[in-house]
Design a protein around this ligand. Structure first.
Ligand SMILES: Cc1ncc(COP(=O)(O)O)c(C=O)c1O
Length: 333
């Protein structure tokens, strides 16, 4: 690829020493050498963040960290305020709404910064606000918010509202004092001022933020499983597995492949002479149903239907019906 001058506000060009590290032989991630490096990195991040707080690393883009700062801090019905001065502020609003929250939105005309006076009024008229969200730099417009003043307004008008700052583009470029300004959650991404590739994001959390994490009740990863109960998940999956095996064997007349069939997945032989790869790709394109092919030496010879997680009985029925139509219509040979 021809080199080009990268002047985008993330990703940014990497220093030659970082490119060199990326080309170095892989470091095994289950070694003490890696653990030491990882600890060092998290502690160096504190320096950049100007914090003594814990800094978390997430294998998610910046947007993932924005979602985590909503999903892990709040509960249904919580009052929040989002100051938005552009596209990334609007993204915070969308994330709130996706979780069923109804934030008070303080929107400014694009090009302007968040207004501390409006924030003051909003906090006065919304007692009990759990958290205030805003950007450090709003990258869609090039505006830098006065984070220090906004944070001061929150502290002066609320005892415990969390201050959540998206510094995904701003950190490591613009002045930001996590501890001195009393910021509770500060987010950033790897691909901007930190001079790395995209795909990692970070969050510094204050003690107040950790307490909020403990209390938060929005649906989160694993919460659904905990609510259903793992034994019930096993039972539900086993029932769907039994249903699928019976449908594959009896409705479709296929021979099951596994000696001890799993409950999460049914593998079955296709009839002799059927080109499974063609059949499944036609099914994906025309019936809009995706069933997995065999792998390695089994490619084209079998089907693998999953029935785990959110997959429902009616999803499986749709898949079986689509397979049935194709097999009885003289499958692709
Ligand atoms: C202020 C701000 N917030 C959020 C994001 C989203 O980050 P990502 O593209 O890594 O999801 C960006 C990216 O440009 C940003 O500048």
């Amino acid at each position: 690829m021809e080199p080009y001058v990268l002047l985008t506000p993330g990703p940014t060009p990497l220093p030659p020493s970082v490119y060199a590290k990326l080309a170095a032989p892989i470091l095994h991630h289950r070694t003490t050498e890696f653990s030491r490096l990882f600890d060092q990195l998290l502690s160096d991040l504190k320096y950049v963040y100007r914090t003594e707080n814990t800094v978390l690393m997430m294998t998610a883009s910046g947007t993932g960290s924005m979602e985590s700062a909503v999903a892990n801090l709040l509960s249904a019905g919580d009052k929040t305020i989002v100051c938005t001065v552009g596209a990334f502020g609007d993204r915070f609003v969308k994330i709130h709404r996706a979780y069923g929250l109804a934030p008070t939105v303080l929107a400014e005309e694009w090009g302007r910064a968040a207004d501390p006076e409006r924030l003051k009024d909003a906090l006065r008229s919304n007692p009990g606000t759990r958290a205030v969200y805003f950007q450090h730099v709003e990258t869609s417009t090039g505006v830098v918010n006065d984070v220090k003043t906004l944070a001061q307004v929150v502290r002066d008008h609320s005892d415990d509202a969390l201050i959540v700052v998206d510094a995904i583009s701003g950190l490591a470029g613009e002045e930001l004092e996590t501890d001195a300004w009393g910021l509770d959650v500060v987010l950033t991404g790897s691909q901007k001022g930190l001079m790395n590739g995209p795909g990692l994001s970070f969050a510094a959390l204050s003690e107040r933020a950790w307490a909020a994490v403990e209390a938060a009740k929005l649906p989160r990863f694993l919460r659904l499983i905990k609510e259903e109960g793992i034994e019930n998940v096993w039972k539900r999956t086993a029932a769907l597995g039994a249903f699928t095996r019976q449908a594959a064997a009896q409705t479709l007349g296929l021979k099951l492949f596994a000696e001890r069939p799993a409950d999460i997945l049914t593998a079955a032989w296709l009839p002799e002479g059927v080109d499974g790869t063609k059949l499944l790709s036609a099914m994906r394109a025309e019936d809009r149903v995706a069933v997995a092919d065999g792998q390695g030496k089994l490619k084209g010879k079998m089907i693998r239907i999953a029935h785990m997680g959110r997959i429902s009985r009616s999803d499986v029925e749709t898949g079986i019906a689509a397979l049935g139509r194709r097999l009885s219509a003289g499958a692709v040979r």
